[in-house]
Design a protein around this ligand. Sequence first.
Ligand code: IVH
Length: 676
Amino acid sequence: MTSVSAEIKLEIEKLVKGLNYHCYRYYVLDSPVISDAEYDTQYRHLKDLEEKYQYVLPDSPTQRVGAPPLDKLEKVQHTEPMLSLDNAFSYDEVREFDARVRRFLKSDEEVEYTVEPKYDGLAMELTYRNGILYRASTRGDGNVGEDVTVNIRTVRAVPLKIEDADIPEEIDIRGEVYMEVKEFETLNEEREKEGGPAFANPRNAAAGSVRQLDSSITAKRKLHLACYGIGSVRGMEFKSQWEFIKWLKQARFPVPEIIELVKGSDGVISVIKEIEAKRKDFSFEADGAVIKVNDFGLQKILGIKTREPRWATAYKFPAHQGTTVINEIIASVGRTGTITPVAFLEPVRIGGVTVSRSTLHNWDEIERKDIRIGDTVVVERAGDVIPHVVAVLIEKRTGKENKFDPPDECPVCGSEVERDEGGVAFRCIGLNCPAQVRQRIGHYASRSAMDIDGLGEKNVELLYSRGLVRHFADIYRLKKSDLLALPRFAEKSAQNLIDAIEKSKQTTLARFLYSLGIVHVGEYAAKLLAGNFRDLEELYHVQTERIIEIKQMGEKIAGSVSHFFNDSKNLHTLDTLKSLGMKISNPDFDERGKGPRPFEGLTFVITGTLPKPRNEVEALIEGMGGRASGSVSKKTDYLVAGEDAGSKLRKARDLGIKIISYEELVAMTKGEGRLF
Ligand code: IVH
């Protein structure tokens, strides 16, 4: 070993000091003053010197990485217990908390509080002895946690040494290690690519990254720190939370992004509102705000109730996620035969609503997330959409969980099951599958479809099971006496349903098309169809190409519509419905389509620059019953050519298609000119 001179020592010390400062600028203040390359050069230089002279300072940045993997995480007894927090779910509950504090303190004056975001991460205790990071431990059960020092050293925002401030003999600093949302998403994408299970949320990702035996894994995860609390301290005294936070900042510790000192519940609520408003811009996930009595003397008087201090509370934002167990998974058959796995959950309250069911979408999703019956899962509810399983908490597995395979046959009718073109969805091919038929009828009668009041899910079920309604047409054959014989009907309800059915016979084409439950045809597509077809009969035997020509109509819908209207059984059903008195008006049919239709059956292609905008010319053609198509083919009847026409004109000439000018087109619409 080369002996180390005072000069070299000084150089090493200077390098360590400088690098630590730049680390602080970068990871805590988020405002670096040197480039990454410059940092790397200095870092390598330090590493070389350390190796050559075997002189390594405890706070050297080289000490953050490279610890050998552990066999297990050692237990750590916390000097002061790490407490949990009571919750407040409304501003009123925040006011009650303040009232409780004042009652307890018998205080006539307003109490001072600090308010800061509640970070959704992993609580950590950092113990410093004489200013040097001695140990980092997890909260554990509050009394005993796990030693994660080597892992936490890799978190660049954690100071290895207290600098720029008074140094206590020993201090326990508490804070939250967390992962930014973006980083969490990137990490999950990577894990999914590698076929590993995704983390349920940034908190689980942070916890999984810290509670590692191999610190090189922790080092790869970009973890952050926010310090907000104090445990035991020797050799120094702090009078208040605010004073402590000021010291933390000076000593280069990262503190919460927002932290304010206010008086009384009104002050507290105004900061909560500020945090709520800024929450969406936070790079991290905050699940609430933490309110603490500022004065440590008052905190002492208030003391602890079981495991929660009386001097603090957490205001919780309405939750979007909850953790629960999958009791069962069933294969549910939908209206179009699609088989969807649905999870039945141990009921859990999420944001004020009890959730007991969750769609699992399809088997690809089950496989990707490795969801099994008996699993503990994180469920998310966003707005009014059906809750979904975000991820499985693999660590909760007992080995008793069961996989749920796709069914070989329809669980309702026993028909064959087919995989969709995309290979993702399974579909029951049974045309008379009771599950499908019941739902088709339910859809037909629903509010945005035929709007038959009184024909909801339960009654459809009943009428179906009694064999009274097995098809749309059967609805119109129902008699009041049929209904009166059923348990769910009395004189009035039976009459109401009969009246509603009668009323539904007057309908519009758009509604009717939607009601038929044609695959892929939602309300909007139904309206588009109605706008382009004069009446139902015009749709009979329609070809896919004719529908694709309608703007916004895609191939999938077009194919499905054409398939439906070329099936003789379907056409028979439609005729039956009409014979039962259905009157279908079509107010959506485009006015331009009415009146003379000299271009009926003709296809036009427009090319080159015309005196009018292209969409106007197209509208003119369509208004006369013609079709405006984008490409020239043998089926093209006319090419309307303007100036600078190119390849389409050549192709039309080659195919011998009639070529006309815009003026000739206009003349044709007036019945002048020639109709070829
Ligand atoms: S103070 C007695 N402040 O919330 C005071 N905790 O539910 C205890 N947390 O275990 C902690 N952000 O993991 C405090 N700004 C913050 C916090 C915070 C997140 C977590 C912490 C604690 C849990 C209590």
